[in-house]
Design a protein around this ligand. Structure first.
Ligand code: AMP
Ligand code: MG
Length: 212
């Protein structure tokens, strides 16, 4: 397979969205790092992400959406803590872990009953996610032992020949992975440090943040 880097024209974004809806994987930019995406509802395409990355099946993927509304369909409940963090940090470099709804396949969450959801702010990513019109499950667009890529060329260097398209959105501004916070319960738990600090999360929640 030839891997092509696509400039983010409307036509190319439509082409990438078509590929996602046709069961393919596509690398796309976010403000944190590049993601390797597939439709969150397509279990075959999800398996392909794990295969391409050499990722262990017990490592869950984050589901990316273009709007806060789209989160409702993925989770059982948007908790009061989630509402606070959505209002403050979305779109942006934060991932919220909530109890998953039945619509999210077990392959995406590695069998967990929670799902990580994120709404990126990168303008090319937002256009891409809107065009896909399905939630896009994605880990970072690197093979499992390599660093997370922050530009299209890094993705090509790592995944050339294994994916059809890399949507080019330039250099990732944050360059750090998203901060992951479990807000499924009454107390927020920091699962991964990242683009937003623990203090900022605590301030927005109005309470201490546990470290899980
Ligand atoms: P990556 O995008 O490659 O950094 O991988 C996504 C990371 O998100 C995983 O390695 C997990 O650490 C985290 N993650 C995704 N979903 C969940 C979840 N439901 N519960 C806990 N952590 C999660
Ligand atoms: Mg990663």
């Amino acid at each position: 397979m030839k891997t092509v880097i696509l400039k983010p024209s409307d036509e190319n974004i439509a082409l990438c969205a078509e590929a996602i809806n046709g069961g393919k994987t596509v690398a796309f930019p976010t403000e944190t790092v590049y993601g390797l995406g597939a439709s969150a509802y397509d279990t075959k395409a999800i398996s392909e992400i794990f295969r391409v990355k050499g990722r262990p099946n017990d490592n869950p993927l984050i589901v990316h959406v273009a709007s806060a509304d789209a989160i409702n369909g993925l989770v059982r409940e948007v908790t009061p803590l989630a509402e606070k963090l959505i209002a403050r940090f979305m779109p942006g470099p934060v991932t919220l872990v909530l109890k998953k709804s039945k619509s999210v396949p077990d392959q995406v969450t590695a069998g967990l009953d929670t799902v990580g959801v994120r709404m990126p702010s990168h303008p090319v990513c937002v256009k891409f996610l809107r065009a896909c019109n399905v939630p896009v499950a994605a880990p970072s667009a690197n093979t499992s032992t390599r660093p997370s890529p922050t530009c299209a060329k890094h993705v090509l260097g790592d995944l050339a020949g294994r994916i059809p398209y890399i949507l080019n959105g330039g250099h990732c501004e944050v360059g750090l992975e998203s901060t992951i916070v479990d807000v499924s319960g009454a107390v927020p738990k920091l699962l991964r440090a990242g683009g937003i600090s623990r203090d900022e999360i605590a301030e927005a929640c109005g309470c201490e943040v546990e470290i899980a």
